[in-house]
Design a protein around this ligand. Structure first.
Ligand SMILES: [Zn+2]
Length: 78
């Protein structure tokens, strides 16, 4: 289920407010599109998105999802 921009911002705020917070897969997948888009746009990684990066480093399932998204975004860019 896609999140609205407001929901994403709120989630990022929540995660960013708590250091060393680990995401579960559900939270990671909710934010991974935002993360991929910002990365592709060369925007700085927001505090809350660092947790996404950390989760992707340890979770192959979410990383696959992220890589698929990245490919889709790059194709849209061409
Ligand atoms: Zn995961």
């Amino acid at each position: 289920m896609p999140l609205t921009h407001d929901e994403i911002e709120r989630l990022l705020g929540l995660i960013g407010a708590t250091e060393q917070r680990e995401l579960n897969c559900e939270e990671c997948l909710a934010l991974v599109a935002e993360f991929a888009e910002r990365q592709l746009a060369g925007q700085p990684v927001a505090a809350g998105l660092v947790a996404v990066e950390q989760h992707l480093a340890v979770c192959g399932e979410c990383r696959e999802e992220y890589e698929a998204l990245q490919r889709t975004l790059q194709e849209m860019d061409d």
